[in-house]
Design a protein around this ligand. Structure first.
Ligand code: SIN
Length: 276
C-alpha cells in the first residue's frame, strides 16, 4: 500500500505501525483520513507520537470512524460520557486493560476500535502488548478452523465489572444488568474480509454446545494461543503517544510493571457492529 500524506513505519511484519506526519488535534483532509484508515486496516493497530489533544479534539478524531461508544460501568468526566479515564498510581489495586482482551466484547455490538491518549507515562515500563487475532486464526490447522467456524461463545461483563469503578448507581443508559452476548468464535472483519479469533480471557466464559470440560479446555487453548510471541507487538508509551487499535482483529494486554509510578490518559472508543 502506498501513502502520500502520512509516513507508516511497521513495528513488526504481523501487527502494528507508527504513523507520522499527522496532527490529530486538527481536522484531517479526506485523503489523510483515508490513508489513516487504510493503515489501520493493514496494520490493525497504529501509533502516533507527540499528540496534544483535549477531550473534544480526541472525540472529534474518534467520530471520523463512527459513533462513540459509552462504557457500561466506568465513570466519565462530567459532560463527557464518551471519555474513559485510564489511570494508575500508588493507590491502585488494579489497572485497566490487564489480561488479553478485545474491549467490551460482552456488548452485543462490541467496539470497532479504541483510541488511547497517554498524557503521563512512567519513566520505564507500562507497555501495552497487542496481538493479531488474524495471525492467531491463520496459524490454526484447517480442521480446527473448520470446527471453530461452527461455534459461538458467551461473553459476559459481570465478573469483570462488578465491584470495579466504584460504581454506585445505574449503568450506561439506565441499564441495570451487566452486558452479555453470544458471538461467533471466529468473526469475519467487515472491511478486510479476513477471519479473526474472537474469544478472549477476560470476557469469554463459555463455548455454547460443548460440555463444561470441553468448553474450558478449548477456551484455555485459544486464550493461550493468542499469547504467541510471533502474533504480537509491544508499544512503549511516551507522554502524548496515541494508540488506535481495531478491536475486531486485535487483542491487547496492558502490562502493570511500573507500580507505584503514575500512568494517566484517556480513551475514546468507537462503536462497532454485531460480529458475524
Ligand atoms: C485499555 O484496555 O483500554 C487499557 C490499555 C492500556 O492502558 O494500555
Amino acid at each position: 500500500m502506498s501513502y502520500e500524506t502520512i509516513s507508516v513505519e511497521p513495528l513488526s511484519p504481523v501487527i502494528g505501525a507508527e504513523i507520522s506526519g499527522v496532527d490529530l488535534s486538527r481536522p484531517l483532509g479526506n485523503q489523510m483520513f483515508a490513508e489513516i484508515h487504510d493503515a489501520l486496516m493493514q496494520h490493525q493497530v497504529i501509533f502516533f507520537r507527540d499528540q496534544e489533544m483535549d477531550w473534544d479534539q480526541h472525540k472529534a478524531f474518534g467520530r471520523l470512524f463512527g459513533e462513540l461508544h459509552i462504557h457500561p460501568t466506568a465513570p466519565a468526566p462530567e459532560g463527557h460520557p464518551e471519555i474513559l479515564t485510564v489511570h494508575a498510581d500508588e493507590t491502585s489495586e488494579r489497572v485497566a486493560g490487564q489480561g488479553w482482551h478485545s474491549d467490551v466484547s460482552c456488548d452485543a455490538e462490541p467496539p470497532l476500535g479504541s483510541i488511547l491518549h497517554i498524557q503521563q507515562a512512567p519513566d520505564v515500563g507500562g507497555d501495552t502488548m497487542f496481538a493479531s487475532a488474524y495471525a492467531a486464526y491463520d496459524a490454526l490447522s484447517e480442521p480446527m478452523k473448520a470446527f471453530l467456524g461452527t461455534l459461538k461463545a458467551k461473553h459476559e461483563g459481570r465478573h469483570r465489572y462488578l465491584g470495579r469503578n466504584k460504581r454506585t448507581g445505574k449503568m450506561r443508559d439506565g441499564e441495570d444488568v451487566y452486558p452479555e452476548a453470544l458471538h461467533p468464535v471466529i468473526r469475519t472483519h467487515p472491511v478486510t474480509g479476513r477471519k479473526a479469533l474472537f474469544v478472549n480471557s477476560v470476557f469469554t466464559t463459555r463455548i455454547e454446545g460443548l460440555s463444561d470440560t470441553e468448553s474450558r479446555a478449548l477456551l484455555d487453548f485459544l486464550c493461550e494461543h493468542i499469547n504467541t510471541p510471533e502474533f504480537r507487538c509491544h508499544f512503549k508509551w511516551r507522554k502524548n503517544s496515541v494508540a488506535f487499535w481495531d478491536n475486531r482483529c486485535v487483542q491487547h494486554h496492558a502490562v502493570w510493571d511500573y507500580y507505584p509510578q503514575v500512568r494517566h490518559g484517556y480513551r475514546v472508543t468507537v462503536q462497532g457492529d454485531r460480529p458475524f
